[in-house]
Design a protein around this ligand. Structure first.
Ligand code: ADP
Ligand code: MG
Length: 396
């Protein structure tokens, strides 16, 4: 287990002293994440394979004797406050709603919370598809649980579900369970296979010679939410049209490639192509797990490439910026494979590379991507990290 006592925590402790006086007693973290493979499969009851990032959202906090919550957001340079007995959505301060939503979810679970003073900050890029929102929810969950003396009372999967509920119901974002699950349950040097139907999960060791490079396109994701709803509807239409001939199916998760091909004539072309992506992507996730277990990174890279091509050609959620990013990544020696990650249209791409080639890949991205797009990207080099954490701070 890695420790949370590092430079970032030291800085947060100093900020806490400035804002609240005295010292915080706990530090908590929720991790950002990147999905290796399994895109647009979660809402089809399928499989995903994310890893947690070293990048996180972190709280330092001190419990209060009352039910007031006082917060300072370092990135926004803003204070915020709420009363645990009077939670209400605050439209002018989006970030505080994730924290209020988490408090509400925990109390609905029967955990009596106490107020806190807290300073928090994150280095997960916001709104870029690396799930800063789940990191914020999970970090705040552990802050509240520690303050209430309830650390360890809830299981990791339960905390993830409560965080998803906070985002769905309090914030009003219709996200799946992947982000919260990996933010909570990620493990250093492991990917996490999640079955989005049963919520069963398996840690899959990442081979030693696997490094990850993430390229942030910094391109607008404005199309993403309308397209997301359209794609979900097309998937549902596919299931409805296939059910008469495949009576056992509940979701595209239950359909094989062979079945889809056999009944292709029943589906309009757009619906067929969307289904083909989802069905083949689920198969690719399971094939990726097998390839990781066999240490066959060449195969993993091929599956990642096939995933991107399917998202681009069948699911229509790539973009010129994402294709340019993936093209720059694939041009580098040492790249096993690269694909868009997240819902698409903007956000990030992820590449699997041989260790030692990360810098060459970053150089290639900075050389080729801005020429193609006129946008200056960001590049993060990473490995699979631990998910959530919470520690008591020892007073100096
Ligand atoms: P992402 O893909 O990063 O999850 P979202 O739009 O789902 O994008 O969530 C981003 C929102 O989460 C931000 O608008 C902000 O309200 C909140 N957030 C994330 N990180 C932080 C942070 N470090 N400080 C304050 N708010 C944050
Ligand atoms: Mg999010």
């Amino acid at each position: 287990m890695s420790t949370l006592t590092d430079e970032r925590t030291t800085e947060l402790i100093e900020q806490f002293q400035q804002h609240f006086g005295g010292a915080p007693t706990y530090v908590s973290r929720g991790a950002g994440r990147v999905n290796l493979i399994g895109e647009h499969t979660d809402y089809n009851d399928g499989f995903v394979l994310p890893v947690a990032l070293k990048r996180d959202v972190r709280f330092v906090l001190r419990p209060r004797a009352d039910r007031q919550v006082r917060l300072f957001s370092v990135e926004f340079g803003e204070s915020g406050a709420f009363d645990l007995d009077n939670l209400r959505y605050i439209p002018e301060q989006l970030w505080i709603n994730y924290i209020q939503g988490m408090a509400q979810s925990l109390e609905q679970e029967g955990i009596r919370l106490t107020g806190i003073d807290a300073v928090f900050s994150g280095n997960v890029p916001r709104a870029s598809g690396l799930s800063s929102s789940a990191a914020l929810e999970i970090a705040s969950a552990h802050a509240f649980l520690a303050a209430a003396g309830q650390t360890g009372v809830l299981s990791g999967p339960r905390i993830a579900q409560l965080a998803q509920r906070a985002e769905n119901h309090f914030v009003g974002v219709n996200c799946g369970i992947m982000d919260q699950f990996i933010s909570e349950l990620g493990r250093e040097n492991h990917a996490l296979l999640i079955d989005c139907r049963s919520l069963e999960y398996t840690l899959v060791p990442m081979p030693e010679d696997a490094a990850l490079v993430i390229g942030n396109t910094r391109a607008s994701r404005s199309l993403a939410s309308s397209a997301y709803n359209e794609r979900r509807a097309e998937c549902e239409q596919g299931v409805a049209l296939l059910q008469p001939v495949l009576p056992g199916i509940r979701a595209l998760r239950d359909v094989t490639s062979a079945q889809l091909e056999a009944h292709r004539a029943l589906l309009p072309e757009n619906v067929y192509l969307r289904c083909r992506h989802v069905v083949s992507e689920n198969e690719r996730v399971l094939q990726t797990v097998a390839a990781l277990q066999a240490g066959d990174l060449v195969r993993v890279g091929q599956l990642m490439n096939a995933s991107h091509d399917s998202l681009r050609d069948d699911y229509l959620v790539s973009s010129p910026a994402l294709d340019a990013m993936v093209g720059a990544m694939r041009s580098v020696e040492g790249c096993y494979g690269a694909r868009l990650t997240g819902a698409g249209f903007g956000g990030c791409a992820v590449a699997l590379v041989k260790p030692g080639y990360e810098q060459a890949m970053a150089d290639a991205i900075f050389e080729h991507y801005p020429k193609a797009t006129n946008i200056w990207p960001e590049v993060y080099m990473t490995k699979a990290a631990d998910g959530a954490g919470v520690e008591q701070l020892l007073l100096a």
